[in-house]
Design a protein around this ligand. Structure first.
Ligand code: HEC
Ligand code: HEC
Ligand code: HEC
Ligand code: HEC
Length: 138
C-alpha cells in the first residue's frame, strides 16, 4: 500500500505547489507604474477610501516642510521612486504620495487580470516605509 501511495502524494504536492504559485503571481519584472488615476477608472470605490486616508496626503506632508525635492524623503512619500516610478511633480504627478501601486506593485499589465497585480501586499511592503527606527529624528 505505502509503495503505491507515495507517487500520488508527490503528484499532489507538486500540483498544490503549481496552484499556489499561480495564485501568488504578481506584476512581472517588465510591468511599469501607470498612476492612480488609471486605477481609479475601474476601482472608484477603493479610490474614494484611499483619498480619504493618510497615504493620499503623504506628498503634502513633505511639501509643507519644503522637502518635496529631497531625495531622502521621496522613497517613502511617493510611489516607486528610484524604481521606475515617481521622478518629479511635473512629469509624474500621478505618482505623488503613497498610491495604489506603492502597495500593489506596478500595474501596467493588470487591466483586470488578478494574476498580474499583488492582491495581498505583505507586511514587508508596509515595513519598507514603516520602519521601527525613527527615521524622522535625523
Ligand atoms: C511608500 C511608503 C509606504 C508604504 C509602502 C506604506 N505606507 Fe503607510 N504611510 C506612509 C506615509 C508616508 C504615511 C504618513 C501619511 C499621513 O500621516 O498622512 C503613512 C501612514 C499610514 C497610516 C496612518 C495614516 C492613516 O491613513 O490613518 C497607517 C495606518 C498606515 N500608513 C498603514 C500602512 C500599511 C498597513 C501598509 C501596508 C499594507 C502601509 N502603510 C504601506 C508610507 C507608506
Ligand atoms: C523610511 C521611510 C520614510 C522616509 C525616508 C521619510 N519618511 Fe516621513 N513618514 C514616513 C512614515 C511611515 C510616516 C507616517 C508616520 C510615522 O510612522 O512616523 C511619515 C510621516 C511624516 C510626516 C508627518 C509627521 C510625522 O512625523 O508623523 C512628515 C512631516 C514627514 N514624514 C516628513 C518627512 C521628510 C521631510 C522626510 C525627508 C527628510 C521624510 N519624511 C522621510 C516614512 C518616511
Ligand atoms: C497602503 C497600502 C495600500 C494602498 C495605498 C492601496 N491598497 Fe489596495 N489593498 C491593500 C491591502 C493590504 C489589501 C488586502 C487587505 C484588504 O482587503 O484590505 C488591499 C486590497 C485591495 C483590493 C481587493 C479588496 C477590495 O477592497 O476590493 C483592491 C481591488 C485594491 N486593494 C485596490 C486598490 C486601489 C485601486 C488602490 C488605490 C486607489 C489601493 N488599493 C491602494 C493595500 C493597499
Ligand atoms: C480596466 C479596468 C481596471 C484597471 C485600469 C485596474 N483594475 Fe484592478 N481589477 C479590475 C477588475 C475587473 C478586477 C477583478 C478581477 C476578477 O475578479 O477576476 C480587478 C482586481 C484588482 C485587484 C485584486 C482584487 C481581488 O479581489 O483579488 C487589485 C489589488 C487591483 N485590481 C488593483 C488595481 C490597481 C492598483 C490598479 C492601477 C494600477 C488597477 N487595479 C487598475 C479592473 C481594473
Amino acid at each position: 500500500m505505502e509503495v503505491i501511495k507515495k507517487p500520488i502524494c508527490w503528484f499532489l504536492l507538486i500540483f498544490v505547489f503549481i496552484c499556489t504559485t499561480a495564485v501568488a503571481q504578481g506584476p512581472s519584472s517588465s510591468a511599469t507604474y501607470i498612476g492612480v488615476s488609471k486605477c481609479q477608472m475601474c476601482h472608484s470605490d477603493t479610490h474614494k477610501s484611499w483619498q480619504s486616508a493618510g497615504h493620499s496626503r503623504a506628498f503634502e506632508l513633505i511639501t509643507n516642510v519644503g522637502e518635496e525635492k529631497n531625495e531622502k524623503c521621496l522613497p517613502c512619500h511617493t510611489t516607486g521612486y528610484g524604481k521606475g516610478g515617481f521622478v518629479d511633480t511635473e512629469s509624474t504627478p500621478d505618482l505623488k504620495a503613497v498610491t495604489c501601486e506603492a502597495c500593489h506593485g506596478p500595474g501596467s499589465e493588470h487591466n483586470g487580470d488578478k494574476t498580474k497585480i499583488n492582491r495581498m501586499p505583505s507586511g514587508a511592503v508596509c515595513g519598507s516605509c514603516h520602519q521601527t527606527l525613527n527615521i524622522h529624528a535625523i
